[in-house]
Every structure is written in structure tokens, then in C-alpha cells.
Design a binder for this molecule. Structure first.
Ligand SMILES: Cc1cc2nc3c(=O)[nH]c(=O)nc-3n(C[C@H](O)[C@H](O)[C@H](O)COP(=O)(O)O)c2cc1C
Length: 322
């Protein structure tokens, strides 16, 4: 294989690996264009949740997770690369520079891409060990955003904020209709959240999970969220590029959490609704712009979690050009 076909192959594989990235309602709102010398990421605005996410914040977070997936795949293929983030059109461009061979660590991280998933069951009573939490904070920081871990006495405050966001979103008829397009059933077309990934009944937690407006078939577990750790992903900027980077940090955090046998559940309502987002700003002491609330916790080691969510066919998200 020549160096050029080698590079192109690595870029194609990176775009394919990025298909497994998490996204709001599994909308997968991205497209990749593979050129011989670069990989371009664009937003697929036709898959934006225009009612729930008019500012495209969740779209950008989702594109950021895909961008991070692609970088992990290139690391595992042994490439050094440069990432340019115009955060307009395109959102980002990855330029591979040199093939140097992969570290074992990169290969291990790559394996986590297919292990990572969203689990909406209740978490164990034993909390994440403090040492593990430190590595999660470091993982988010190394990828460009910060993680503010909430104190126990702030959980009730958070529960109220989440509740307010849910009330605001549930009272919007257009938003409910939009959610219904993406959620429930078996989702044969490759996007959205199947019933098998949604709790059969609302879990008994202090901080409520998102109400998707429909019950699923997932046994949520008898647990509570007493062992959960809640945190806010935040940063200094509020521009599209900041949200994109926050998505990369979310993914870094999620993969690190997966390696610890732990789980991340994003709760995006509070940062989607302007009023509750400003309440979150207050909770984190005004240190920055909140991007996303996450619930961290240990998983049930005995029972299997939900099946994988579907993904769009390759030809809907990846295009090759000369
Ligand atoms: C930006 C973003 C926001 C999300 N918000 C929520 C949420 O509020 N509630 C929830 O249950 N899941 C949320 N998710 C999880 C997605 O629904 C999930 O990633 C998607 O369905 C794909 O499934 P997977 O993560 O198992 O691959 C969010 C994910 C992302 C990336």
C-alpha cells in the first residue's frame, strides 16, 4: 500500500468509527467527507432537533463526540494529526501528518468505542471511587472543557432545576411531537432511541431522568440514585467552537468512565432551557458556561445493560471525494 492509500484508508476508518459516537436522541447529526489528505466534519442540519435545540448546542456537542471518536481511531491507527476547528462550515478538519505507530494505550481506548453506551437503569449504591472520579475530571480537562462535581447538598437544587426544565419541555406540544419522531418503537431506519433502551417505568431517583413521553421495555432496576455522582460539564466560552470542544470533552470523559466499568447518563434538559441554564450557572458558582449535566455511577455487574442503539448506514454519513 502506498502512503497515500494508507492515509485515505485511515481517514475512512476514522469516519466509520465515529458512527458509534453518542448523540442527542441518537440523531447522529454529522456527515464526514473523506479527501485523500484530510477528513472534514459537517453538521447534518436536517437531523437537528429544531424545537428542542434551536441554538444547535446539542447538535454541536454530538458532533464533538463524533470528532473525538475519529481522533481515537487515528490514534489507534498510529497517525499524528492536526485538528482545525473553524466551527462553521466545515465544523472541523483533521489533517493526518505522520504515521508513527500506535501505543497500546491508544488501542485500548479504541476498543472502548464499541463498549460505551447509554444505560438508563439506576446505578449501584456504591459510588464511584474518588480516585476514579479524579481521572474523569482530568480526562474532560485534557480534551478542552471542565467538570464541576456537585456536592451532596446541591443535589436537591439540581433535582429542582431538572424538574423545571422537564416541565418547560413537556408543556411544549411541538417539542413533544418532535421527540416522538425520534423515540420509541424498533427504529429500523438506523437512528433514534428504540423502546428497548428506554425504562419501562420512571426510575425512582431524586434527580429525574428525561421523560421521553413514552415508556420503553428496559427494566430500570429497583435502585435509587443515592450512589450517583452528578456533575456539570462547563467551560469559558459560549461560541459554537466551545460547544464542539465540550462534545470532545464529553466523549473523553465517557470513554474514561467506561474503562472504569462505570456509566455516564447525560441530562440535557437543564442546558437546553435558557432559564434553567442560568440556574445551573449559579450552582457552579458562576465559574463558566454550563454545557451539560451528567450522572456518573457504577453499573450493575451482574445483569446486562440494554442492547446497542442503531446507527445510520455508512452512505448516509460518509462521502469519499478526490
Ligand atoms: C449531547 C447529548 C445529550 C443527551 N441528552 C440525553 C438526555 O437528556 N437524556 C438521556 O436519557 N440521554 C441523553 N443522551 C444520550 C443519547 O440519547 C444516546 O447517546 C443515543 O441515544 C445513542 O445511544 P448510545 O449512547 O447508547 O450509543 C444524550 C447524548 C448526547 C451526546
Amino acid at each position: 500500500m502506498t502512503a497515500d492509500t494508507d492515509r485515505r484508508q485511515a481517514l475512512l476508518q476514522a469516519a466509520e468509527a465515529a458512527r458509534y459516537a453518542p448523540s442527542v436522541h441518537n440523531t447522529q447529526p454529522w456527515t464526514w467527507t473523506v479527501y485523500p489528505d484530510r477528513l472534514e466534519l459537517n453538521a447534518a442540519v436536517e437531523r437537528q432537533l429544531t424545537v428542542q435545540d434551536p441554538d444547535a448546542h446539542m447538535l454541536l456537542l454530538s458532533c464533538g463526540t463524533a470528532l473525538h471518536h475519529a481522533q481515537i481511531a487515528l490514534d489507534a491507527a498510529g497517525w499524528q494529526y492536526r485538528v482545525h476547528r473553524p466551527a462553521g462550515t466545515p465544523l472541523a478538519v483533521i489533517y493526518p501528518e505522520r504515521h508513527v505507530g500506535a501505543h497500546l494505550e491508544a488501542l485500548r481506548r479504541f476498543e472502548q468505542l464499541r463498549v460505551r453506551h447509554t444505560d438508563r437503569r439506576t446505578v449501584n449504591d456504591s459510588p464511584l471511587p474518588a480516585a476514579a472520579l479524579d481521572t474523569l475530571v482530568a480526562a474532560a480537562e485534557s480534551a478542552g472543557a471542565r467538570l464541576h462535581v456537585l456536592r451532596r447538598d446541591q443535589i436537591i437544587d439540581l433535582a429542582v432545576i431538572v424538574e423545571h426544565a422537564q416541565q418547560t419541555e413537556s408543556s411544549d406540544e411541538r417539542l413533544r411531537r418532535e421527540t416522538a419522531e425520534w423515540v420509541g418503537g424498533d427504529r429500523a431506519e438506523g437512528s433514534g432511541i428504540p423502546a428497548a433502551n428506554l425504562p419501562a417505568e420512571p426510575p425512582l431517583t431524586t434527580v429525574a431522568e428525561r421523560d421521553f413521553g413514552t415508556a420503553g421495555t428496559l427494566p430500570a432496576g429497583a435502585g435509587h440514585d443515592a450512589g450517583a455522582t452528578y456533575a456539570v460539564l462547563y467551560g469559558t466560552g459560549d461560541e459554537p467552537v466551545d460547544w464542539l470542544r465540550a462534545g470532545e470533552a464529553l466523549n473523553a470523559l465517557w470513554l474514561e468512565t467506561t474503562e472504569h466499568g462505570a456509566t455516564v447518563l447525560p441530562l440535557s434538559g437543564p442546558t437546553e432551557v435558557p432559564y434553567t441554564r442560568s440556574e445551573l450557572r449559579r450552582i457552579i458558582g458562576g465559574v463558566g458556561e454550563p454545557y451539560l449535566v451528567v450522572r456518573l455511577g457504577m453499573l450493575d455487574p451482574v445483569h446486562h445493560g440494554p442492547a446497542s442503539t442503531p446507527r445510520l448506514p455508512v452512505d448516509q454519513v460518509i462521502e469519499e471525494r478526490d
